[in-house]
Design a protein around this ligand. Structure first.
Ligand SMILES: Nc1ncnc2c1ncn2[C@@H]1O[C@H](COP(=O)(O)OP(=O)(O)O)[C@@H](O)[C@H]1O
Ligand SMILES: [Mg+2]
Length: 223
């Protein structure tokens, strides 16, 4: 079967201030696949996600989405394509303070300019699943780190994107909530044939995904 990766990196290198972070890195993520990446702090895990989603450009190498080269600076409309293709759980959440909980969850659909009543119902369901439905009209500034993380999780899933990029999405959660969060992500991914790339330090959670990689010395190796 000729399966095409939804995301592929070929020969990616990236340095910051002369310090080499990623070196000739190769990577492929297939539709419906859930993988985890572990690695020491500062090794380049967030950089890897930023390059996959082109929030950051590589110094050299090629990024492909659905078989199409997108890393050339000549490619247009990358922002909208990114928003349709990826759901993000950022390491620092990146919630919008001016918006309430529900509005934060719905934000990716506002960017895509396609918000329907069905989406609002799905947002309600996601907030219920992460235990925050009673706070949906609340201000995010008063919420705990774990609550913010769960909102970020709901926001990553609302648009049923092709790929969820989750950067230590359970770092602020206790073990029960962490399992709940990962199960929710895997469940939504399975139903939509979405792929999941999970960055985590939790080996037990990592083992729940299809493949486990370690990032070290600028490259990925299968565990
Ligand atoms: N925009 C940047 N400018 C300078 N250095 C950066 C930048 N982004 C990341 N780095 C550095 O690159 C290294 C890898 O960062 P990061 O990808 O965030 O690591 P990880 O997520 O594995 O902890 C770190 O040393 C970090 O300080
Ligand atoms: Mg990081």
């Amino acid at each position: 079967m000729n399966r095409q990766p939804i995301v592929e990196l070929r020969g990616i290198s990236k340095s910051f201030k002369g310090c080499s972070i990623l070196k000739d890195l190769e990577f492929a993520l297939f539709p419906g696949e859930a993988i985890s990446v572990c690695g020491a702090s500062g090794v380049g895990k967030t950089t890897l996600l930023n390059i996959i989603s082109l929030l950051e450009h590589p110094d050299s190498g090629t990024v492909l989405w659905n078989g199409k080269v997108v890393s050339s600076k000549r490619v247009k409309n990358v922002c909208l394509a990114r928003c349709c293709m990826f759901g993000f759980v950022f390491q620092n959440h990146n919630l919008i303070h001016e918006l309430n909980v529900l509005e934060n969850v719905l934000l990716p659909l506002r960017v895509r300019m396609c918000l329907s009543k069905k989406d609002v119902n799905f947002a309600d369901l996601l907030l219920k699943t992460v235990g925050l439905d009673r706070k949906k009209y609340g201000n995010i500034d008063v919420l705990s780190g774990g609550e913010r993380q769960r909102i970020a999780l709901a926001r990553s899933l609302i648009g049923k994107p092709g790929v969820i990029l989750a950067d230590e999405p359970t770092g602020n959660l206790d073990e029960t909530n962490a399992y709940g969060a990962l199960n929710l992500m895997m469940d939504v991914c399975k139903r939509n044939n979405s792929s999941l790339l999970l960055i985590t330090h939790n080996q037990r959670l990592a083992k729940l995904t299809d493949k486990n990689f370690v990032l070290s010395n600028g490259g990925l190796s299968l565990q």
